[in-house]
Design a binder for this molecule. Sequence first.
Ligand code: 5GP
Length: 206
Amino acid sequence: MNSGILIVISGFSGAGKGTLVNRLVTEYDNYALSISMTTRKPRVGEVNGKSYFFVTHEEFEHEIKQDGLLEYASYCDNYYGTPKFYVEEQLKAGKDVILEIEVQGALQIKEKYPDALLLFVTPPSAKVLKERLESRGTETKDVIDKRMRTACKEAEVMKRYDFIVVNDDLDKCVKDTHEMIRAAHYASNRSDDFIQFLKEDLLKLS
Ligand code: 5GP
């Protein structure tokens, strides 16, 4: 009952995952956020060690060889991966650890950790998605087109996620996501220790 849940949050680029995850971490104290490693160049305002660990291709490949990553994937010509150490430490400490990762990595996590909770965040429509990508003002038209095409492919695996989170009203989205995670703590497959305790307790008294 007391160990943390590994939570994977994926969604289309521009769905508002980053904002959602930041709000969860700021507003509730049960979450720890994993910081990924990437070969992508920092965007304006991004800080090394906070937004991501920004590394070279060689450094990333070294990390793969050292078995230091829980999962990794190539996305839009760059590597992204989850460093293992922090996630394992925080789960043991009872924190719900959030990985904000794309779909290939999410499916790797589900294979390795079947009890992980997979959430997929989406805007209410493709039009809203495109508007959000354009209003960021950080990407070129080519990159936006590529991310829209990637979204079409990602939609194919939405069914593999446990819950779909529609990010229309952000406040509601934050609250709903927190409730989904809270409910997941009571799932029977995550209550092995409690069920075992109760079985033994019942035997003693019967
Ligand atoms: P961005 O370049 O916009 O920061 O991220 C691009 C995509 O990479 C997003 O969908 C983001 O969720 C995903 N991503 C970020 N970190 C990781 C990671 O550690 N592993 C995987 N598989 N995807 C990641």
